[in-house]
Design a protein around this ligand. Sequence first.
Ligand SMILES: Nc1ncnc2c1ncn2[C@@H]1O[C@H](COP(=O)(O)OP(=O)(O)OP(=O)(O)O)[C@@H](O)[C@H]1O
Ligand SMILES: [Mg+2]
Length: 239
Amino acid sequence: MGIFREKFKTLKNVFDLFTERNLFKLISQGYFEGLESPISIGKEANIFTAKIKEGEKRIVKIYRLSTCDFMQMYSYLRSDPRIKKINRNRRQIIFTWAQREYRNLLKARAAGVRVPTPFSCLYNILVLEFIGDDDPAPQLKDKIPENPFQFYNELVEEMQKLYKAGLVHADLSKFNVLNFQEHPVLIDFSQATSLDNPRAIEYLKRDVHNIVTFFKKLNIYEDEEKLLKSIQTFKKKSF
Ligand SMILES: Nc1ncnc2c1ncn2[C@@H]1O[C@H](COP(=O)(O)OP(=O)(O)OP(=O)(O)O)[C@@H](O)[C@H]1O
Ligand SMILES: [Mg+2]
């Protein structure tokens, strides 16, 4: 128990008591050994690297219980037909939000989309596969692909597989695509939703627009309508 107490001490005062307890629980269940360094403070979540064993890392994404825009989360969740009833309690909304991201990642993963493997979700905490070598893989915006055409084609393939799995990312951009050894990995599935969401196509069009706009700067000229079609017809062809 000594080692856990040691880890526990290092987490103290950084998180609220509830989050701290659950981090401790995940540690005692063996999901990771301790948090290492913060790599991103986002709008809603803080991201840390965590040690699992010598030389191996994981990512721990912690939704902040205090500063989340839970009303926006609520409105996104409400349009997702998979979420049957949502408790309007602020914390419950955040837990449902994290749980949905976890489920999205599992589904994408099962469909062979390049995403971080999700290992666990406990209330507002997600434990994910670390994408990177020693350092986390850079976001696409920070590492322009050496071969933009090839990278673009691979990214389109990921979008097609995702759509075929019945999901739309809904926040796809140069921020949520990592350039890992010159291949794309899709991250941040908190907004991803199922195709039967009435707003799914609107989200898909936005994703397509973001990607086409980014690659235009790299001299890849794609027609948005054409890309949209290729994602949507990919599904039909393969059934
Ligand atoms: N599995 C991972 N491996 C390596 N780096 C990651 C991983 N997940 C996230 N990151 C890094 O942390 C950053 C933030 O992660 P993410 O996009 O999931 O959260 P966010 O944008 O803060 O989320 P939200 O908008 O929900 O608050 C990413 O842009 C990326 O640089
Ligand atoms: Mg993000």
